[in-house]
Design a protein around this ligand. Structure first.
Ligand code: SAH
Length: 320
């Protein structure tokens, strides 16, 4: 029970202490009172209720905070302790299953982003809430999310995480290496490792998109900014709140202050020797796993026809 208790608070502690994340939401809410004043707000996946509290403070008429985990009980108590019982109603249950006491809401706020943006697939829950309860002129916060790609030199870490399995105390465990290669690694990338430009892969408009838009195939062209080796591609996301008075948002990229989402590293089977100005091109396919929709299947095709290196390959990854 003790360990469970720690884990239970742990994920929320990590999220709350992620100041890039939590301050961004706080700034969006407190600096844009006009979006909340006298409005009905729905907080999708309220956790500790932090976003609901920000909204209540910003003058919302009423906030419905939906949370399916045990944390809902804490959120109820937190709301009471902080004197917001009149404004915030915590509803314990799944967004997909609960009854909301009002037919429509003016604002949907949520922090639904997972690793690689889409992992754990909470986006579908937000889209469900939007389609069921958002008023015609209502707003979704955040309303834009984008996925980006770059390439890195990562010899040392690839050696440690992947090649390690070739010789474990003298034994060949390379069968595990194949599995390890297929699992995208969530980790912080040093911006000095970046070899190419960063490319926007996909933009999603949360206020308009459908659930199917989160599955896609997009091309990329990464151009080397120096002579180097490429061991992995790195994906990260940005989110923005375009309905603010001034555009606001944050990036989880390797050139920005790090967040608990870190970056997502996809190791390549080949070590790509690339010269400045040359292009590594290809495509990325992202789709929810058919058997387990919370898992994500990623297919990467890449090719280079360079001075020192010619390769073309397709690799499959699975986030679970
Ligand atoms: N809004 C909080 C918590 C964000 S984490 C904050 O910003 O700190 C997302 C939360 O959504 C988790 O607490 C999770 O339990 C909850 N959640 C995920 N899917 C849900 C669903 N379908 N219905 C209700 N809550 C959900």
């Amino acid at each position: 029970y003790f360990t469970l208790g720690v884990c239970f608070a742990g994920i929320h502690e990590e999220m709350l202490k992620d100041v890039v994340r939590t301050r961004s939401y706080q700034n969006v809410i407190t600096q844009n009172n006009f979006l909340f004043k006298d409005k009905i707000v729905l907080d999708v996946g309220a956790g500790t209720g932090i976003l609901s509290l920000f909204c209540a403070k910003a003058g919302a008429k009423h906030v419905y905070a939906i949370e399916c985990s045990q944390m809902a009980d804490m959120a109820k108590e937190i709301v009471k302790t902080n004197g917001f019982s009149e404004v915030i109603t915590v509803i314990k249950g799944k967004v997909e299953e609960i009854d909301l006491p009002v037919p429509k809401v003016d604002v949907i706020i949520s922090e639904w982003m997972g690793y690689f943006l889409l992992f754990e697939n909470m986006l579908d829950t937000v889209l469900f809430a939007r389609d069921k309860w958002l008023a015609d002129d209502g707003v979704v916060l955040p309303d834009k999310a984008s996925l980006h790609l770059t390439a890195i030199e990562d010899a040392e870490y690839k050696e440690d995480k992947i090649e390690f399995w070739n010789n474990v105390y003298g034994f060949d465990m390379s069968c595990i290496k194949k599995q390890a290669m297929m699992e995208p690694l969530v980790d912080t990338v040093d911006q000095n490792q970046i070899v190419t430009n960063c490319q926007l892969l996909k933009t999603m408009d949360i206020s308009k998109m459908s659930s199917g838009d989160a599955s896609f195939t997009v091309p990329f062209k990464l151009v080397a900014e120096r002579n180097d080796f490429i061991h992995a591609l790195v994906a990260y996301f940005n989110v923005s709140f375009t309905k603010c008075h001034k555009l606001m948002g944050f990036s989880t990229g390797p050139r920005s202050k790090s967040t608990h989402w870190k970056q997502t590293v996809l190791y390549l089977e080949d070590v790509v020797t690339i010269c400045e100005g040359e292009t590594l091109s290809g495509s990325m396919t992202v789709a929810n796993n058919k058997k387990n929709p919370r898992d994500i299947d990623i297919t990467l095709k890449y090719a280079i026809n360079g001075n020192r290196c010619k390769v073309s390959r397709t690799q499959h990854y699975k986030m679970r």
